[in-house]
Design a protein around this ligand. Structure first.
Ligand SMILES: [Cu+2]
Length: 114
């Protein structure tokens, strides 16, 4: 006969830090509603720097293009409708919208600025 005395002392001292959460202090009425609709027509100011009718392109100094994540700069655009190039002269101020069309940044909407 064997007397097995198993003295198992499991000392678990788990003293977790008690965190008091103050959950009743949120201001739910202070939310701002931002209407950001990507499909909305957002016209950008531009100024014609060069018109290349043969290539169907126009060089524009343009303001920030939010939809293309592009800051203001001067660059060459394709135009969706080549007829618009007849209505653009160097120095003209225009309002336009540009989008990537098959990887090419293209003016997809154009109107003369008043
Ligand atoms: Cu640009």
């Amino acid at each position: 006969m064997k007397a097995l005395i198993t003295a198992t002392l499991v000392g678990i001292a788990s003293l977790g830090a008690v965190s008091v959460q103050a959950a009743g202090d949120h201001a739910g009425h202070d939310m701002e509603m931002q209407a950001t609709t990507a499909t909305e027509t957002q016209l950008v100011n531009g100024q014609v720097r060069k018109v290349d009718k043969a290539a169907g392109k126009v060089t524009l100094a343009h303001g920030p293009l939010a939809n293309l994540n592009m800051p203001a700069m001067t660059m060459v655009f394709r135009v969706k409708d080549a007829a618009w190039l007849d209505r653009m002269k160097v120095g003209d101020k225009i309002r336009f919208m540009a989008e990537q069309v098959n990887g090419v940044i293209t003016v997809v909407h154009f109107e003369p600025a008043k």
